[in-house]
Design a protein. Structure first.
Length: 482
């Protein structure tokens, strides 16, 4: 297919952000991709406001620790600890919802999309809401900055030091967990270092920890001051030295670039492109924004083989629906339930390697729910004009999580601003309306035939036609791709 200007721009918005927004979707036919990229850069340039759910660690944790320390009654101590964990979990839910809203509504689309990528790259699962909040701010502030700064700041964050057990890393009794993951997952990738490199690096990271105020602290008396040999170099290295040694390796630039290519361009890696990009990333001293510019302004990025080939993550799916269909949410819990049932809860990665992505997002049960989400969200307005569910297609089964979800959000979960959506298509003549809606909603060449689709659409009015066309198209397997 000839790649239209609209398709190119939507491709850029889906990959460098969370898809087109109702307010700007109409303009995508005429603006150039280069100008759109400049706009994405500009709107993501300023420092992000902090998303805050916990004021400070002193109130939330330190006083709690002091109180607990003074308590002799083990039962009271257990009760206090339980309450603190519950409060942190509630705060994490709020942090999740607030960040998701930022992804949907912020004009800094590029920054938030890059932040979501780094959130998976630096996967961290701790229940402490203050630690997670501070780590998220580090990621959002450095998402388009310098990878070196980002790596050092994340490595020194109490959240990561706790998650990877470096608080327990002391001289004569080194804990290798942190050093291993820094090499395997954050910088070089497996197979590019030896077990001895991990052992020696772990000694260099001894003494790295955090204090009761939740700040990084280097505890000199717990640091191994003897000589270490890491990646062929010998010296009295500390943690900063090891991170610098890792950044000196061209393999680190290659590992990061390849991961970014798979996430933003195509799961099928073009080794030649990655070689070129990583070489420039290394020469540009790990400038993340320049790397993304190299990708998003390249002609090859807009080739047909890269468009509509990526399976949307649950967060991309939810954010994308809500950007094109502006909604006033009536039930925030539904957002968390969707994430849980679809397998991507912000701040709860499945393991230290983060979410695998790609085809792992889809199985028979999650696909069933994915196809239902547009209808569940817009039920107040559009559910009455949907065709009856055919149980043969459902195979007599409804995924348990989806049933629970449906019960939780019964009666619709959002109020959609359909007037704003209608404005996208106000210049489109009626006979071309379905074609234009399809081109706006889907990124794929293949889709349900117009003839078949027409059978399920509400022709009572132009507005009803538009509503039913969008919701039905969003409920197809093709909408799962971007």
């Amino acid at each position: 297919m000839a790649v239209s200007n609209r398709l190119k721009n939507q491709h850029l918005l889906w990959r460098a952000g969370f898809g087109p927004m109702a307010e700007n979707a109409a303009a995508l036919d005429t603006v150039s991709s280069k100008d759109l990229w400049k706009l994405l850069e500009k709107t993501s340039a300023k420092k992000p406001d902090k998303i805050e759910v916990a004021q400070n660690l002193a109130d939330g944790l330190y006083k709690g620790i002091m109180d607990v320390a003074q308590m002799q009654n083990p039962e009271t101590k257990r009760e206090q600890q339980k309450k603190r964990r519950e409060q942190s979990r509630d705060d994490l839910k709020n942090l999740n919802i607030l960040w998701l809203e930022e992804m949907i509504n912020s004009e800094a689309q590029l920054r938030e999309k890059m932040s979501l990528f780094w959130h998976g790259h630096f996967a961290c699962r701790v229940i402490n809401s203050y630690f997670q909040q501070e780590l998220l701010q580090i990621i959002r502030e450095n998402a388009l900055g310098n990878f070196k700064d980002l790596l050092i700041a994340v490595s020194k964050s109490p959240s990561m030091l706790q998650f990877l057990n470096n608080q327990q890393n002391k001289k004569k009794k080194p804990n290798e967990n942190f050093a291993r993951e820094v090499m395997e997952l954050f910088t070089m990738g497996r197979g590019n270092y030896t077990e001895n490199d991990v052992k020696e690096a772990a000694r260099a990271f001894t003494g790295w920890g955090y204090n009761l105020s939740g700040e990084f602290e280097f505890r000199k008396n717990q640091h191994d001051t003897n000589s270490k040999t890491v990646l062929g170099k010998t010296g009295n290295f500390d943690g900063d030295d090891v991170l610098n040694l890792l950044l000196e390796q061209k393999q680190t630039a290659k590992f990061i670039t390849k991961k970014i290519y798979k996430y933003f361009v195509n799961e099928k890696v073009d080794d030649e492109k990655v070689e070129w990009l990583s070489s420039r990333f290394y020469k540009n001293d790990y400038d993340i924004k320049k790397l993304m510019e190299d990708i998003f302004t390249a002609d090859w990025f807009y080739e047909e083989k890269n468009i509509g080939t990526k399976i949307k993550s649950p967060i991309e799916l939810l954010a994308g629906i809500r950007r094109l269909l502006p909604m006033e949410m009536e039930n925030d819990q539904s957002q968390l339930l969707f994430q849980k049932t679809l397998g991507q809860i912000l701040f709860y990665p499945p393991n230290v390697a983060g979410w695998a992505g790609g085809k792992t997002w889809i199985d028979s049960s999650s696909l069933m729910l994915r196809l239902r989400i547009p209808q569940i969200l817009t039920a107040n307005d559009v559910m009455d004009i949907q065709p009856k569910a055919d149980d043969d297609v459902q195979m007599g089964m409804m995924e348990a999580g989806a049933k629970k979800l449906k019960d939780a959000v019964k009666g619709g979960t959002a109020k959609t601003d359909w007037e704003l959506v209608a404005k996208i298509f106000e210049q489109t003549p009626r006979e071309k309306l379905l074609q234009k809606i399809t081109a706006t909603v889907l990124q794929t060449k293949a889709h349900v035939s117009d003839t078949l689709l027409e059978k399920y659409l509400n022709n009572a009015s132009r507005e009803n036609f538009t509503k039913s066309a969008i919701v039905n198209l969003m409920s197809t397997p093709e909408y799962q791709l971007c």
